[in-house]
Design a protein. Sequence first.
Lengths: 259, 405
Amino acid sequence: MIDSNNFSSSNGKLLKVEHLVKKYKLGEVEVHALRGLSIEVERGEFVAIMGASGSGKSTFMNIIGCLDKPTSGLYLLSGIDVGKLSKDELAEIRNRKVGFVFQGFNLLSRTSAIENVELPLLYSSVTSKIRREKALESLNKVGLGDRIHHYPNQLSGGQQQRVAVARALVNNPAIILADEPTGNLDSRTSVEVMNIFQRLNNENITIILVTHEPDIARFAKRHILFRDGKIKSDKVNKEIREASEVLKTIPLIDDEEEE
Amino acid sequence: MKIINILSTAFRSLYRNKLRSILTMLGIIIGVAAVITMLAIGQGAQYSVKEQINALGTNVLIVFPGSSQQRGVRKGAGTMTTLTDNDAKAILDECPAVAYVSPVTRSGGQIIAGNLNWFTAIDGVGIDYMAIRNWSVEYGEFFSEQDIKSAAKVCVLGSTVAKNLFPDSDPIDKNIRIRNVPFKVIGVLTSKGQNAMGQDQDDIILAPYTTVLRRLSRYPYLRQILVSAVSSKEIPVAQRQIEELLRMRHKIQSFEPDDFTIRNQTDIANAATKTSKALTILLASIASVSLLVGGIGIMNIMLVSVTERTREIGIRMSVGAKSKDILTQFLIEAMVLSLIGGMVGILFGMVAAQLISNIAGWPTFVTAFSIFLSFGFSILVGIFFGFYPARKAAFLDPIDALRYE
């Protein structure tokens, strides 16, 4: 994670949000999704964002993931004022500094695991050889080194999500944003994915996770609760569960063992 | 994104929807094949028209007598009895742009040879006639200057006449009777086939014009004078020289109209080529309508594809694809469709043109020009009809695209 070391060197804060406001217009009605939100996240943190639906979690994730722009407020990502960037520059930030993991996996169908992982590298100037190497390395990290040519429909849900994690990792991003990554998974595979996140976090990769399951949030180091577009609470998780430990207590599920 | 990656992405996504891609290409294939075939047919038509006009002879000018008038009734071109043997000689002697001259007079009738007979035309011509018309004698010989001077009763048969009068024997040195005048056959012409109007050019007998004038015609006037200019460039010059000469010889005052008409081959050729060019353009434009329809097919499929792949576009944008990348990807896909369609279409068109020429016996030519034209046109169709869907894809909002179900 050489790159992310460079990013955070400026002022220590990897991510800094001040008075973030986002308004949508739904026809005549104006919806305030975010009402002046301020957060700072340092490098190496593992943050779980919780809250009811409509509390602004997804809007917040879209903005810090550079998919959307705030109506007002400041957003610095490793020292860069993202609010001032053009569409193309935002695309470049998404490519270099952000890795997304979605609830629905969002893999390209009829495209092999390794090609899915290579996808972000296609949009940065990397030779095909290095692309393949990085993708392989990334897939090995999530334990799928033996299934690189499988198509998404040949993989279980947990494996698909691991491919998505590998894709998020492949460009050495400063931050991984996971929006309900376990929402479509059963309990054991959820823990497996959390296990991977914890392992990556131990390697000093910053992770921000949105979830509404308290069980899942317990694997994170910091809990932020959203309500009505504002922060209700922000506290350090004192009882972090170790996913690797939890895994030992859950019986294996058949399809994970299937070759 | 590098062009090679864009290309491989485009090929892969087209390959994933094989049937659809092939059906989409089919529109372009048919369009291009139609354009190629129609142009080939048109080119073939132009070629055969040119061939037929060349069969008239090289750099030919034809001098006809003018129209006669009897008590106000005008009788049409060639009815005036003004052209003489001496006019022909004068043209050869006094017009420097003229290479060959042959008087032509025509008669016809029932020809008898032994127990067979045949009705045909007898053309009285000079010795240069063969040179002007590019004809040749297949066997035997053509008549000589001496034959013309002495109005010898010799003749050369066209191959059709030879076949009908002498089906099993050699006609050379045999006698035939033309309207009861005996002629000796001294040669047979090389077969020329049909002319532009579909007439059999081999159904003819050539004899010295002097003989025909004296023995077979009643009037000592020529039906036409066939002239060949020294080169195709000199045709207009020769025409002017002949005009001046004949006006002088016929003592025509400056206010009087010509008593003869000169037609040249280029005029005839130009008119005919114009017609066949118009035909080619007509055929090609009808064919290009189908190419246009093929293009609309591409646009249709690309639009469907953009809608269907909205999520894919969202995913690509979320991992860092710029609008430009998405635009090029879809544009390249459309272009690959139209390019491959164009190439296959060219092949199909060439095969179709060959088939038509084999089955219908009509010459067809697939020229480099028509290949470039239809190839270029199919690329343009791809860009033109691919642009709108590609733009639509490129300006999708990444969040909406990701949420699209």
